[in-house]
Design a protein around this ligand. Structure first.
Ligand code: PPS
Length: 204
């Protein structure tokens, strides 16, 4: 259950799997139809490889990426039942949410721009939430070693705050041909997704 919230407060909850969980939109809308939803999306091919890299780090014995990604690789048949593939079919998940929430209540953050322009992305998040733009460029610096932006000085501490060790893992190397096959697979889903949200994320 979400805590009670005053008019001057915003209560936030983060669960990545909600976006791809069939029952989530109905259950959240029955709790509050005014809920604002924020989803971070990135190129679904990179997302799949990142997802696999994370699973492999926990279970080193799993089959290869190629073995899991295709039902039949020579025929180019992608295995859409594999979660790492299915999650990146964003338009399908969004269709489910749009049965319960208007698009105006859903905001998509570009995972790519969150790295290259965190202040810009967070500026849009603050606008979407109806907040003053408090978090700006001056709150970030780019950590070249990590390859990610870090917060200069969080309120609770005098030290900078960067992403933890488990973020930004080096991805497993995948054959370029496999990447091309997956790009082709996702292209129509991406295009439909751009049309639905009215924004081109430039993944193609
Ligand atoms: N703030 C921010 N900006 C940009 N990218 C970010 C951020 N936080 C997490 N990430 C990247 O998201 C990928 C999954 O992260 P998580 O490990 O947090 O995912 S999960 O919630 O545990 O499923 C993982 O991607 P990879 O870098 O491909 O491993 C994280 O690096």
């Amino acid at each position: 259950l979400m805590p009670r919230t005053l008019d001057s407060q915003i209560t936030m909850e983060k669960t990545p799997s909600y976006f791809v969980t069939r029952e989530a939109p109905r259950r959240i809308s029955s709790m509050s139809r005014d809920t604002k939803l924020i989803v971070v999306v990135r190129n679904p091919v990179t997302r799949a490889i990142s997802d696999y890299t994370q699973t492999l780090s926990k279970k080193p014995d799993i089959p290869s990426f190629e073995a899991l990604a295709f039902r039949n690789r020579s025929l180019g048949q992608v295995d859409t039942s594999w979660n790492a593939i299915r999650i990146g079919m964003y338009m399908l998940h969004l269709e489910n949410w749009l049965q319960y929430f208007p698009l105006s209540q859903i905001h998509f953050v570009s995972g790519e721009r969150l790295i290259t322009d965190p202040a810009g992305e967070l500026g849009r998040v603050q606008d979407f939430l109806g907040l003053k733009r408090i978090v700006t460029d001056k709150h970030f610096y780019f950590n070249k070693t990590k390859g990610f932006p870090c917060l200069k000085k969080p309120e609770s501490s005098s030290l900078p705050r960067c992403l933890g060790k488990s973020k930004g893992r080096t991805h497993v190397q995948i054959d370029q041909e496999v990447i091309e096959q997956l790009r082709d697979f996702y292209r129509p889903y991406n295009i439909k997704f751009y049309e639905m949200v009215g924004h081109d994320f430039r993944w193609d």
